[in-house]
Design a binder for this molecule. Structure first.
Ligand SMILES: Cc1cc2nc3c(=O)[nH]c(=O)nc-3n(C[C@H](O)[C@H](O)[C@H](O)COP(=O)(O)OP(=O)(O)OC[C@H]3O[C@@H](n4cnc5c(N)ncnc54)[C@H](O)[C@@H]3O)c2cc1C
Length: 496
């Protein structure tokens, strides 16, 4: 079967990787470098192709980057799909350039504050997580990512007096132009090593076979395609959530409903207001525990960036976008509260209901208020400080849980204690932001599920999010595949 042929006669391969985001791409690369035959199925097209048709109609010969502001403002077109995955479609920021840090906190049983890294939890070892992040960076540099300029800056000592945890680890910026080079080279290397990168192949079914291995069915523009493989690595990202939920239920992958979700907002203000926070660190992660003992934290700080929206679970969700080559006059940052849900509550449903409540109130659009409005203070007349184009200017107190309103205001208060005026009353608060939504899939430290040979990596692992974390989990899964297969070859060899 050729790359573009479709057939219902199964094509035989060693491994099928589902999803061409960082997690799937790094899994596939690790496998082909070790000589395994891999078919990588990506539902979308290549990076340029995944621009939506409405955008293309408006591009008029402008560059991909010039077009970003239109693309990211279309609530119903998703720019999170296509080779490269969600974040490589725009300027972005990778964390942990020099060494991995523990950026999250939780309240320990003895009442103390404990910090941890999501990747360390997923892989079961901090050292292993650190080694895989270093490997991800080495690979990205080999593929043409220009190494970051070192930044030398003094850490502001007052951070530690105001927040319970401060992580100002250096990060690496990646422009969309860099990503285009990296992803194109990655695709070339996969193909030169015998890998098949199959665009417009949406996996629809994964069926474990009696006696081992899997059959994977995909929909393609030319009709169905079928693959047989020893191992399957699933890296379908956030947009793959409905499919993963359905799949794990149907084939009996052990999982539980997620009991912990991260919900939040994006704060946005003038670039000069937030500049003092970003002195010497692109992405400061500042956390405290709220009165229920849950973490409230900043994340994905975008200096000179934009707030972007995408269609998600019948609603919209917001994220931050970096605009490295053409910074805007605004900066935004996420504020997330971790919510532990009571037994019997399904986190995915809870987060979807949260997003739907905001969308209902906003008549299908994200909702924007000012900080003053959120705090119940009189609101002066004047335009809103928001980079969003399609939004509803309303009162977020009408649709956000009161505890989230309280946590956002507490974060604003702390940021202003750090530097007075950092977040003025005219700054905007936009919702909804939803993270950590996947069912809690039971996975080994190699990301292997209860169905042997079936792995879940990246955002769809339910354990981590982020580009380098995704790449690290993809590599961990691929190394596990290689070990298993090497072990089996030895056993088979011994039998002969
Ligand atoms: C706006 C925005 C900004 C972000 N900024 C940053 C940042 O600055 N730094 C950072 O580290 N992270 C950032 N993230 C998060 C980051 O994008 C993700 O954590 C990361 O891309 C996850 O990688 P992944 O490979 O798991 O999934 P994804 O990157 O989501 O890729 C999954 C791929 O699978 C494909 N797919 C889905 N379903 C199927 C199917 N059934 N069959 C075949 N293919 C399928 C999709 O088309 C997609 O290409 C951002 C995310 C967003 C949305």
């Amino acid at each position: 079967m050729s790359d573009t042929d479709t057939d219902t006669t199964p094509a035989r391969t060693d491994a099928v990787v589902i999803g061409g985001g960082p997690a799937g791409l790094f899994a596939a690369l690790t496998l082909v470098r070790a000589g395994r035959r891999v078919a990588l199925l990506e539902a979308g097209g290549d990076m340029r192709e995944s621009l939506c048709s409405r955008l293309v109609a408006r591009m008029d010969g402008r560059s991909v980057r010039d077009a970003e502001k239109f693309r990211l403002q279309c609530p119903r077109c998703t720019c999170l799909t296509g080779l490269g995955g969600a974040a490589f479609h725009f300027d972005t920021n990778l964390g942990y350039i020099s060494s991995l840090t523990r950026s999250k906190i939780e309240s320990a049983p003895d009442g103390t504050v404990r910090s941890y890294s999501g990747l360390e939890r997923a892989l079961g070892s901090f050292d292993r997580a650190e080694e895989l992040i270093a490997e991800a960076y080495r690979t990205l540099y080999e593929l043409g990512l220009p190494p970051a300029e070192p930044v030398h800056a003094e850490r502001d000592a007052s951070f530690g007096a105001i927040f319970q945890h401060v992580d100002t680890a250096l990060s690496q910026s990646v422009t969309v132009d860099d990503s285009l080079v990296v992803i194109a080279r990655l695709k070339t290397e996969l193909e030169e090593n015998g890998g098949r990168v199959l665009l417009h192949h949406r996996a629809e079914d994964v069926e474990p076979l009696d006696g081992g291995g899997f059959e994977v069915r995909a929909a393609t523009p030319g009709g169905p395609a079928v693959f047989r493989a020893d191992d399957v690595v699933v890296g379908v990202g956030k947009l793959g959530l409905p499919w993963v939920r359905e799949l794990i239920g149907r084939i009996g992958v052990r999982h539980r409903p997620s009991r912990r979700v991260d919900l939040g907002v994006r704060l946005e203000t003038r670039r000069e207001d937030l500049a003092r926070l970003l002195d010497g660190c692109h992405n400061p992660k500042l956390s405290f525990l709220n009165e229920e003992g849950h973490s409230v934290r900043t994340f994905c700080v975008c200096g000179g960036g934009r707030v972007m929206q995408y269609g998600f679970l019948n609603a919209v969700a917001l994220d931050g976008q970096h605009c490295l080559n053409q910074p805007t006059s605004k900066s935004n940052l996420g504020v997330l509260t971790t919510i532990d849900l009571p037994e019997g509550t399904d986190g995915t449903e809870y987060a979807a209901a949260f997003a739907a409540r905001v969308a209902d109130y906003g008549r299908g659009l994200p909702v924007v208020s000012t900080v003053d409005q959120l705090a119940g203070r009189p609101v002066p007349e004047g335009p809103l400080t928001t980079s969003l184009i399609n939004y509803h200017h309303g009162d977020l107190r009408e649709c956000l849980p009161p505890s989230l309103v309280r946590d956002v205001l507490a974060m604003v208060e702390r940021l202003n204690a750090l530097h007075p005026g950092l977040v003025p009353g005219t700054a905007t608060v936009a919702a909804p932001v939803v993270e950590r939504l996947f069912p809690d899939i039971e996975l080994s430290g190699d990301l292997e599920s209860s169905v042997p040979g079936l792995y879940f990596v990246g955002d769809s692992s339910s354990k981590i999010i982020g580009i380098t974390y995704g790449a690290a989990t993809g590599m961990a899964a691929a190394r596990s595949v290689l070990r298993r297969r090497a072990g089996m070859a030895t056993v088979t060899g011994g039998d002969q």
